[in-house]
Design a protein around this ligand. Sequence first.
Ligand code: ADP
Length: 458
Amino acid sequence: MFKKLLVANRGTIAIRIIRACRELGIPTIAIYSTADKDALHVRMADEAVCIGPAAAEDSYLNIPSIISTVLTYGADAVHPGYGFLSENGDFAEACLKSGVNFVGPRARHIRLMGDKPRARRIMTRAGVPVLPGSAGNGVTELRNAQEDAKRLGYPVLIKAAAGGGGKGMRVVRDAQELARLFPLARAESEAAFGSRTMYLEKYLERARHVEFQILADNQRNVIHLGERDCSIQRRHQKVLEEAPCPVMTKRLRDKMGKAAVRAAEVVGYSNVGTVEFLLADDGQFYFIEMNTRIQVEHGVTEMVTSIDLVKESIRVAGGAALGMKQRQVEIEGAAIECRVYAEDPDTHLPSPGVVSNHHAPGGLGVRVETALYDGYRVPVQYDPLIAKLIAHADDRGQVIARAKAALREYLIDGIRTNIPLHLKILDDPDFRKGDFATDFLKRYENVAEPPAATAAAR
Ligand code: ADP
């Protein structure tokens, strides 16, 4: 096992990784920006190194600075968490070149899945269903997008080839909208990812977002740990996730799970990953992308499978074989995760500031992952995700009741949060019936500006 692991992240995921390392007996190094000098991950790690100023490009995204810290402080492994450099092939390669283990897949798999038109082509060849869309490498010019849209039929979704975090995405319902929105989406992609390459996909109305957790070792063993339903989204970003998916059947899980495992196998994938699908009303499912990292919502899978995904990812990165076989994976009970954001519940505008009082809920089946403490100042520079409240119970009805009780108990004074929105969701009759799709949150939508661009992917 590793001698020392550097956590290349901040916030809730940095703490999650430090906890896993403690259980494994691996000392940790935290890195932090000047804006995070009082952050909890800095206090919790065995060593902490300031690597730059507040701007993420100068600190949490600064590859040379992180690599030199790794070498100076003698770490032999790096965990990237989610967001920041977690899906940056150059970072994974830089770690490898410095003789350090990257806890994640190989650089070429990160790059391959980060190129979405290419990932679609590979999946099509492997027999994994994908939605009709742009052929080849995608499109950069409006006239090519127009040709594709004509062939596909409206509505279509414009997506960024290098996309992530919902950026560069626009639903278009006719040719006029395409002419207006294509240049905007392309400009957004250029700003966020430095790429003008877009692609079009047939837009599926009333679909659910159902994703499968993959776990793979370096000996080509691949298993899936069941699914998560992440349909409760705002502007294509997840807000609340659950496992299992309320409409899942054993047969469909087997079928989708096999497709997800195949998706990982065809490329020779290793470590944790998530294969995302859209599930239509008629039971058809379609690959949309693969995330080559631990996801924000991994906790719901951990609760229903009793498998510690972060520990497993560290173990397999160290060369260990998977600790279990597919037939040993069992889904027990139901789990829900509520992403708590520092934002105004009505306008969704960020609400940074000092947390004057923090009381996290507890009790049987309640898990809170947070970096908050009394007196902590939530910085403006980073993702507004401040806590993840995860509940687990014997069935879906009970877990909804448990999550509601826990949310009511959660005290975060001094800043505003989206806890009221979570309570509305959990009380919604359609949500309670399990009858929802990715458009569900539109019913609670106010017309407001989206929150400021954030560094961490969700
Ligand atoms: P990103 O990587 O930017 O998060 P994804 O491809 O994962 O983008 O899509 C994010 C969300 O957008 C999905 O969860 C789903 O709600 C919606 N979406 C993506 N593709 C389609 C599609 N073809 N039809 C309908 N909704 C889609």
